[in-house]
Design a protein. Structure first.
Length: 73
């Protein structure tokens, strides 16, 4: 099951995602516990396509967001 942690890790980790999306490191770090905001799903899915990680799609990110927090951990 995909989680915010697994998405970030698959894309190279917190620092790599923050740099790729021109965000502050703490912004991406907090996604690991609070979830990934929907405004960042499209850039993340594009980044995933660039990095060859086809399982990270808009649909997969929406599915993660739709799960109760306990199920994401």
């Amino acid at each position: 099951m995909m989680t915010p942690d697994s998405v970030i890790d698959a894309l190279g980790g917190t620092k790599a995602v923050a740099q790729a999306l021109s965000l502050a490191l703490p912004t991406v770090s907090v996604w690991r516990t609070r979830g990934i905001p929907s405004g960042h799903w499209l850039p993340l899915s594009r980044l995933a396509a660039e990095k060859g990680v086809p399982e990270i799609t808009l649909e997969a990110l929406a599915e993660i967001a739709g799960r109760p927090e306990e199920a994401r951990a």
